[in-house]
Ligand binder design. Structure first.
Ligand SMILES: [Zn+2]
Ligand SMILES: [Zn+2]
Length: 177
């Protein structure tokens, strides 16, 4: 099996049957297996400049099934995983497996290629940046108080009344002064 990124380098089988490594780029090929055994995987990372480079390329399945399918993992600094639709093998560039494990995604890797997961990820990202913007503009304290009040009112049976009262107090203060 050849490395999908280095092309000429041959992948080396690890102690675990499902794992192959490339000595050159430190990428990892994970052949399809039961998810329960994923926890046994050893983590090997070496920082080098090839990481970002390799991530931008889509490789061929080392088992010869043609081009793999990329999926964006949109966490902190986004990166791409690649999976072969024919054999289910997944390619990790150097360091990507560690980031998957750190974000508790290793138990159900295949969901990363699902539309619903991808949609949900971008929703979370949008919401976080929306909240960040508000926090910056409102200031920590006001932001926190508003969020706390929202949390309290969310499930309150009279929340519409509370919103109306809030609006009344804020916008029409002149009327009762
Ligand atoms: Zn390689
Ligand atoms: Zn394949």
């Amino acid at each position: 099996m050849k490395c999908p990124k280095c092309k000429t380098a041959v992948l080396k089988k690890s102690a675990y049957n499902s794992q192959y490594f490339c000595d050159q780029c430190k990428g990892m090929w994970l052949v399809k297996m039961k998810s329960s055994s994923l926890t046994d995987i050893s983590i090997e990372t070496i920082d080098n400049d090839t990481v970002a480079d390799n991530d931008s390329k889509t490789g061929l399945c080392p088992s010869g099934h043609g081009l793999m399918i990329r999926a964006k993992v949109d966490i902190d600094e986004p990166f791409y995983l690649e999976r072969c639709t024919a054999c289910g093998g997944i390619w990790f560039d150097n360091g990507e497996w560690l980031r998957i494990a750190e974000n508790n995604l290793s138990d159900n890797l295949s969901i990363i290629w699902s539309k619903s997961w991808q949609r949900n990820q971008s929703r979370i990202k949008n919401r976080n940046s929306f909240l960040e913007t508000n926090k910056k503009l409102l200031g920590e304290q006001v932001f926190r108080e508003v969020m706390e009040l929202s949390e309290t009112l969310k499930n309150h049976s009279e929340k519409d009344r509370a919103i109306a009262l809030l609006q009344q107090e804020i916008l029409h203060e002149d009327a009762h002064s």
